[in-house]
Design a protein around this ligand. Sequence first.
Ligand SMILES: Cc1ncc(COP(=O)(O)O)c(C=O)c1O
Length: 468
Amino acid sequence: MTTDPKLKEIIAAQEEIFVRRQPRSKHLAEQAKNHLTGGVTSSWQITAPQPVWLSHGRGSKVWDVDGNEYVDLHGGYGAALAGHAHPAIAKAITSQAGLGTHFAQPTPDAIAVAEELASRFGLPKWRFANSGTEATMDAVHLMRSITGRDLIIKIEGCYHGHHDSVQVSVAPDPDAAGPRNKPNSAPASTGIPRAITDLTLIATFNDLESVARLLDEHNDQVAGMIIEPVMMNAGIIKPRPGYLEALKALLHEHHALLTFDEVKTGLTVGPGGVTQKENVQPDLITLAKSLGGGVAVAAIGGTADVMDHVATGGYEMVGTFNGNPLAMAATRAMLTEVATPEAYEKIEKLRQRAAGGIQKAIQDNGLTAHVVTAGAKGCVVFSAEPVENYRGFLGVDDRYSHAHWLYQHNGGVFLPPWGKIEQWLISVQHDEADIDRLVENFAVFARAVSREAASREAARTDATRTGD
Ligand SMILES: Cc1ncc(COP(=O)(O)O)c(C=O)c1O
């Protein structure tokens, strides 16, 4: 990955510190390989230089099995808006555990959760599932079932989970991505039949024309479109003003439906997601991640028209664990006691503190980077220009993201791995001291890599002078 010798040295030195601090993690990683496939429980946990094994979390912190403490801004890939062991979540789970954890019959908490989601997101009807993947799978099925059409449109660079229809052009290599103005439907994984990927047409984020062209080329064949209304699997890419509203109008003109996948953005950018912030209501919304306060749960919301199709048996939305009582109890506590207006106010102050501090360090050290934030989520993008779509994201330098991740980790701040793709998550339990640690570590990293950049620049100037 790294070609620059100095940056390569910086990364190697940080990786050495990383491994030295975590001998027990190293041992567990080896032992796990015997019976745990690949030595982890999800392939995204395989990170360089080695997976980090955790023992516990409390408040804004987590501890690894070697006893190192971290300010946790990884947040379980965006699922820990509540922080860890939040008393309200712990109480809800404990009380429900004593009353039974599974019936496959509805419990009253499901009504309270559906009511709260309807009021936050403005869509009247809700159902539940267990993961973001299930929720977006149901949304795609539903759009097809209602319209009787097979094709869907998806944005290049959006991730919607690991079911076949959306495992298309998630992070395609430049040579697989196809022409900029006519992106390929590139399978994102092995095991996805071509017959399925061909049913997913690929458009470009922030480019209405790319959607209009597909709708015209496939007249009366497109069931709908699924989109992360703020892209969050390519750093953070925001919609241009008016883009989402125009998208909805365009799709409706063609009698096609619009799904906002708010699995990541849902509760994190604000109480009612991008939907509420941008004041654009799609036909369907999918939620998961932070919804259950750290318990596996997902939700699908829709307009009365769309969800009536389910209510009247037009599409069977099913699942043994849908609306599981433990998940509903945790979700109810999350919505009513944790993700409160006061919590969002506090997060907004911390957002400003993080963004301001890091942006200052970028400027002080002359880094080619900028900060992008959206509510509790934020990231550093290592490019000079703002990124508007996946093709722009391809130009972001991931060597710096990895080096930054290592500096934070060794300095006691756990950011999500895959730093170019992922974002930090500020939880309701973080405080100013936590954010200051993030900013201080960033400044240390910025000074180190700017020295490296300066010495590279000096070498270039010398070479020019001597005519090398
Ligand atoms: C936007 C989005 N949708 C769907 C998913 C899939 O969610 P899950 O991993 O819970 O299946 C993810 C996961 O990262 C996501 O970011």
